[in-house]
Design a protein around this ligand. Structure first.
Ligand SMILES: [Zn+2]
Length: 205
C-alpha cells in the first residue's frame, strides 16, 4: 500500500474506494453549462501515521491558521499601504476605493479562514480517535488525489455504507451531480452492494 501523502509503502494504512465524477464547465453566450460524466472507481491509501499527524495539526491549528491567512494578510497590508498612498495624491475617486476594498476583503478572508479552521477543529475534537483518524485520512485523499482529468474537475464520491444507502437525489444534493449522473452513480453503487454482499457471503461460508 503506497500512502498518498508520504508516498511510502506501509502495511498500516487506511484504504478508500472512491468513484470519480468528471465535470466540465462550459461558459458561452447562454451562460454556464455543466457537462458531467462518470469516471472510474479508484482506490487510495493513506497511512495511519500521516492521518494521525493531520489529526494533531487540526487539534492544534495555530500554524495552519497562520499559513492559510497569509494571502489575506498580504492583501490587508497592501490595502493599508494603498489607502495611505492614494490619500496624498490627486487621484480619481474610483482609484481611492481600491485600498479600503483590499482591507475589507483581507479582513473578511482572515475571519472566514479562522472560523472555518476552528469549526473543523471543534468537529474533530468531538470525534472518537478512530473516527478522527479516518476523517483526516479522507481529507488527505481529497487534498492529494488528482483534481483534474483533462479540462474536467474531478469529484470523488467515497464508497461507504453512508453513500451506498443514499438515494440518487441525496447523491445529487451532496456531491453536486446532475440527475442523469446521480442515477448512474446510484446504479453503480447498487452493483457494488451486490458485489460486497457476495464477497461477505463467500467469506462467511
Ligand atoms: Zn503516509
Amino acid at each position: 500500500m503506497t500512502c498518498l501523502e508520504c508516498k511510502k509503502d506501509l502495511p498500516d494504512a487506511l484504504r478508500f474506494r472512491v468513484l470519480e465524477v468528471h465535470t466540465l464547465h462550459i461558459r458561452d453566450f447562454n451562460g454556464e453549462r455543466v457537462i458531467q460524466a462518470l469516471g472510474e472507481f479508484q482506490e487510495y491509501d493513506v497511512c495511519t501515521a500521516c492521518a494521525s499527524e493531520e489529526v494533531q495539526a487540526l487539534l492544534l491549528p495555530a500554524k495552519r491558521i497562520v499559513m492559510r491567512c497569509i494571502p489575506f494578510a498580504v492583501l490587508l497590508v497592501v490595502g493599508i499601504a494603498l489607502s495611505m498612498l492614494l490619500t496624498f495624491g490627486d487621484f480619481m475617486p474610483a482609484l481611492r476605493v481600491i485600498g479600503p476594498m483590499a482591507i475589507v476583503v483581507g479582513i473578511i478572508g482572515i475571519a472566514g479562514k479562522v472560523r472555518e479552521i476552528l469549526s473543523e477543529r471543534e468537529a474533530v475534537s468531538k470525534m472518537t480517535r478512530d473516527d478522527a483518524v479516518r476523517y483526516c485520512a479522507w481529507q488527505l485523499v481529497l487534498r492529494n488525489a488528482p483534481k483534474k482529468y483533462g479540462d474536467n474537475d474531478i469529484t470523488y464520491i467515497p464508497v461507504n455504507d453512508d453513500t451506498m444507502r443514499m438515494s440518487a437525489r441525496e447523491l445529487a444534493e451532496n456531491y453536486g451531480l446532475i440527475p442523469a449522473i446521480a442515477n448512474q452513480v446510484h446504479l453503480a453503487f447498487s452493483q457494488e452492494v451486490s458485489v460486497l454482499c457476495f464477497k461477505r457471503k463467500v467469506h462467511s461460508e
